[in-house]
Design a protein. Structure first.
Length: 321
């Protein structure tokens, strides 16, 4: 007889919690001691150093510049966001898979590469990125809130994961979703319910709600979600973030864990989420560059690089008339 969903949930939650505790042990936090707005907790708790707080308060562009100029190392940046993630998980239950060790190994490699060559691997060199749970980072499971997938290793990275890694990104965490990514709030029988850092009694939305909560806690400078009926837009609105739902055929979803395999009549898309609008633009420019060339990796991607000055061409603006 197979395992019940309750047994599977207990196994995978223990795996996650053990990984988090091994990296950054935290004592239990009394619920009645927490404010309604949880976002201030990392600063007021004293759990993070001033240097770590400065890192997580910085936007993606600033972090990338400091890494390029060797004012910060990718290891330092990644470590700060990993520690912030442990706190965010404790307060909001936003995390599914923990990739801290491999993320720090990748960050170390990128630091050594920059030191050795004097150049960066790509425009996202050394930047930690968080991922919605349906993106596959082999061999970690992609459960999408379903017990049947929650403890099953994966065999091949999503195309977007491969692309972002080649552009220099560092993956360190995957985030919670509703069951099969089918709701506008984030709760499932495997990982439980995620709550909104802005108001702990409310939902962060869904289905990219784990990303929304993590980003609102400043535990990620840039995340990737997916959207078919609001799954980027709802959590971005609920968590006071910037998010982009692009047209289909711009960013690859190939190799991800779908809600319904083979469903080709309503396409999901993926897109960036961040507390910084500049980070959203950075993601688009990087992934749709001639160097990344996603159309060579996914036949459904339109062969059209990121174009500037399309919506508002150069010249007098509306307010200048």
């Amino acid at each position: 007889m197979g395992q019940t969903y309750k047994e599977i949930s207990a196994i995978v939650q223990k795996r996650r919690n053990d990984s988090l505790s091994a990296f950054f042990p935290l004592t239990d936090i009394a619920e009645d001691s927490l404010p309604q707005d949880l976002r201030s907790f990392p600063k007021t708790s004293g759990l993070l150093s001033p240097e770590e707080l400065e890192i997580i308060d910085s936007d993606a562009e600033t972090l990338l510049q400091k890494i390029r100029e060797r004012k910060l190392t990718s290891v330092d940046v990644t470590n700060a966001f990993c520690r912030a993630t442990v706190i965010a998980q404790k307060l909001t239950n936003c995390v599914t898979e923990v990739l801290f060790n491999e993320g720090l190994e990748r960050a170390k490699y990128l630091d050594e590469y920059l030191e050795r060559t004097g150049s960066v691997i790509g425009p996202l060199h050394g930047l930690p990125l968080s991922l919605k749970d349906n993106f596959v980072t082999c061999p970690h499971p992609s459960s999408i809130g379903m017990a049947v997938h929650a403890n099953v290793p994966t065999e091949k990275d999503s195309v977007l994961v491969t692309m972002l890694r080649d552009l220099g990104a560092v993956f360190y965490v995957k985030t919670n979703v509703p069951t099969a990514m089918m709701m506008g709030e984030t709760t499932n029988r495997v990982w439980g319910e995620t709550r909104n850092p802005i108001h702990k009694g409310l939902t962060p939305g869904g289905s990219s709600g784990g990303e929304g909560a993590l980003l609102a806690m400043k535990a990620s400078p840039l995340g990737v979600g997916t959207d078919i009926a609001g799954s980027i837009r709802i959590p971005s609105a609920f968590c006071q973030l910037y998010g982009l739902k692009p047209s289909f055929g711009r960013f690859s979803t190939l190799g991800g864990r779908p809600s319904i395999a083979g469903q080709d009549f309503v396409y999901a898309v993926c897109g960036p989420m961040s507390s910084s609008l500049g980070a959203v633009k950075l993601f688009c420019e990087s992934v749709l560059s001639e160097t990344a060339a996603p159309w060579n990796l996914d036949p459904k991607i339109i062969p059209m690089p990121w174009r500037k000055d399309v919506i508002q061409p150069k010249g007098p603006g509306v307010d200048d008339r």
